[in-house]
Design a protein around this ligand. Sequence first.
Ligand SMILES: O=C(O)c1cc(=O)[nH]c(=O)n1[C@@H]1O[C@H](COP(=O)(O)O)[C@@H](O)[C@H]1O
Length: 270
Amino acid sequence: MNRSQLFEQIKKKKSYLCVGLDTDLQKIPKHLLSAADPVFEFNKQIIDATHKYTVAYKPNIAFYEALGPKGWESLQKTLEYIPKDIFTIADAKRGDIGNTSSLYARAFFEQMNFDSITVAPYMGEDSVKPFLDFKNKWVILLAHTSNPGSSDFQLFESNGRKLYEEVIRKSQQWSTPDQLMYVVGATQAEKMQSIRALAPDHFFLVPGIGAQGGDLEMVSKFGMNDHCGLLVNSARAIIYASAEKDFSKRASEEAAKVQQSMEIYLHAFT
Ligand SMILES: O=C(O)c1cc(=O)[nH]c(=O)n1[C@@H]1O[C@H](COP(=O)(O)O)[C@@H](O)[C@H]1O
């Protein structure tokens, strides 16, 4: 999916919500555990319940890898079940020396047909380039993350620039806003305006609303650009809104609530 197709979906659905499929056997409703593939069964019902309100799904690969081969199978089935007009993100946070990165890229872009992958920038240009060699796919580079430890290295300053600012500045030499996005945590909302100034045209993947307490209004006010430029992720607050038989109905209600707020913030486009 290219940038203008993504913007069209955002306008059509009046939403820039990304639902995180962080599916945990410890947290899903007990009655699903007797299904042949409980993870897929849960995801299927969550997708059925939320797809009207969301423009992207982001399975966090750790939740699937942790289950071994069966987990990879559930992931593949989930990816195939996601409607084709919805953007897919492999939240894998990969990145290694070039030849290894190119195998990670093949895993998520060829073996599995994800639209995008999250990538850690720490090893530099040659670790990111192999993902960018897939011309119709996206790299979502970690810039300023939502977690408390984000201040340990990302705020390190040299020559008047913080490390995350340097990641955004330098990586713009590697690709264009048609193929590169940045992760900016919703908990960094007060910095959203200055981060947007560094990358005016890029999409930002913004996790951290809901369970991590990030502020959707601030993110939207300071992060939006002239083609929205935001995919705001929420996982636990939506997919685990209930652990009972009504879980998909409750997930749908929570996703609808976020979408309704987004519709207000998108008023300039709709
Ligand atoms: O790359 C990510 O998606 C990510 C980056 C970040 O800075 N913070 C962050 O929470 N995430 C991911 O976003 C999801 C957040 O989930 P919830 O806190 O349950 O909404 C998890 O899958 C995290 O791994």
